[in-house]
Design a protein around this ligand. Sequence first.
Ligand code: SF4
Length: 297
Amino acid sequence: MLTQSIADQCRTIGIHFARCTVRRQKQFFVEHNLNRFHMSTLLHNGFHSQTAIHRNRIKLLIMPTRTPAPAKKMKSDKPATRGPLATERVNAILKDLDEAYPEAECALDHRSPWELLVATILSAQCTDARVNMVTPELFRRFPTPEAMAKATLPQLEALIKTTGFFRNKAKSIQGAARKIISDFGGQVPQTLDELITIPGAARKTANVVLGVCFGKAEGVVVDTHVFRIARRLDLAKGDTPQKVEQELMHVLPRERWIGFSHQIIQHGRKVCVARNPKCKECNLETLCRAKDKTWES
Ligand code: SF4
């Protein structure tokens, strides 16, 4: 008779059971006056069962369970304490941006979410200043989604021609108007998932409308300025706007997602321009290690 604890007994028995036929296993149970309870205990104490076919006979195998490998270390969600993404450095960048651009806001003229949506679609590959030149007449002629949905493509094309890619943009704003009427009751939707179903409105456009009109921080607007400067400031390394947005969402406090883009866009227009950035005038210079810096303090 075995005198160990049940768990220990079962461990011992498990070794006997390994590669034992079902018939032999049953015999073993009878011989040692064991029952299903012992079997169950065995399976809960480091053993597992599996069936296998050996010489045309089904065998029940009781095998020691391998200790699972320790889980791989995941990327920490904790803020970094060293390096370019250290909280102190990120906060210093945000503080300097606040000092330089305390009133930064969206540069596209608009009076409603609908107008901002259209203006943002038109701003692709075009300056905000140029868009602001065409939108007054566009919205005078077609002030609502209902009116724009009825406009013909040649009418729209003529009004937005100077913004570039005007044929595609005309289709987009006409499609956006029709979609808003058919699916959203004539109102610009207030969720990212809905906004990105609108023709011409990708994630960047949706983030602009959500942030500026509804105060919702669902993401970070990454335009050409944000993409360039986030990488220059070592806040992101991604090679696409989507990757840079994800990195910025990780490193920036959520309450800064909306304002950060407005500030960086202004910084990109005035100081950190694409070619020959004006590093001597830049109040972020001591925090910046960009390879194409034009001046080092
Ligand atoms: S130091 Fe130069 S490169 Fe760096 S953020 Fe300022 S202007 Fe841009």
